[in-house]
Design a protein around this ligand. Sequence first.
Ligand code: NAD
Length: 300
Amino acid sequence: MAATVIDGKEFAARVRGQVATHVTRLKDDHGITPGLAVVLVGEDPASQVYVRSKGKMTVEVGMKSVEHKLDADTSEDALLTLIEQLNNDPEIHGILVQLPLPQHLNEDLVINSIDPAKDVDGFHVSNVGLLGTGQKSMVPCTPLGCLMMLRDHHGSISGMDAVVIGRSNIVGKPMAQLLLNDSATVTIAHSRTKDLADVVRRADIVVAAVGRPELVQGDWMKKGATVIDVGINRLDAPEKGEGKTRLVGDVDYESCAAVAGAITPVPGGVGPMTIACLLANTITACCRANGLAEPEGLTA
Ligand code: NAD
């Protein structure tokens, strides 16, 4: 039987709808407009696209969106001063510094200067520690989106065997922690893992966050497994015309969909969930800042 396609686009629209409902409630009942500030340093084209669509969707759900675009040669002091201003701004509930930063800026220092309560990317060491000890934290958006889709599809993932391929701070490690917090049995595979195919074959849940186009093959897959493909890789597609490209994930979709029970497509899987979860995190941060109950189902 063909795998169920987990439609991230549709799911993300649903999450944004929930967020918009909560924004209306916060405005009408409490006179509060949640605010998200995005800081972009430099002119990286991909980052510019991400920041634009983050701003657009923030406005669409009724939140206040603030964008700070700084020159590529902005000094660390100037960036830290801006973050301090945003930390102290009561109208801003979420702060996101778009990564990667230019080489001369210390990424750890910058991220750790964000007020952890406003750290809607969930990358501050305090939030990493809180997540690791199972406490209330801000949860990184991409793994949060993956978790939401897994919970929605399975109900509970307790006791399931999960393999996360990739151990980055942004995706792999927090993903593994979230799965563990939901009582899955978790293996983290990475570039030094021996016999990756054999490790993947044991998994009921496979999360691929590698950055290697179509690495994961169908014959590595346990029958009926759920596959979450985080990868976004752009390949040349001369068959579509000169200079054209196409997006593929870290999973070989055709061969894996033939064996899996459920799978996320690329595009239209994990990608749209990331921005939806950023908005969800901003609502969560806003409710916490104002001592209000957090909306259910929008955090881990
Ligand atoms: P990264 O480069 O920081 O980490 C990649 C990880 O994969 C590393 O831990 C490395 O050990 C592991 N790895 C590399 N080659 C491997 C191999 N052959 N076998 C097993 N493991 C291997 O990447 P990242 O930031 O975690 O992103 C991973 C992918 O997810 C990329 O394609 C990225 O574009 C995508 N991504 C998507 C979203 C989204 O919103 N959908 C968000 C973040 C990242």
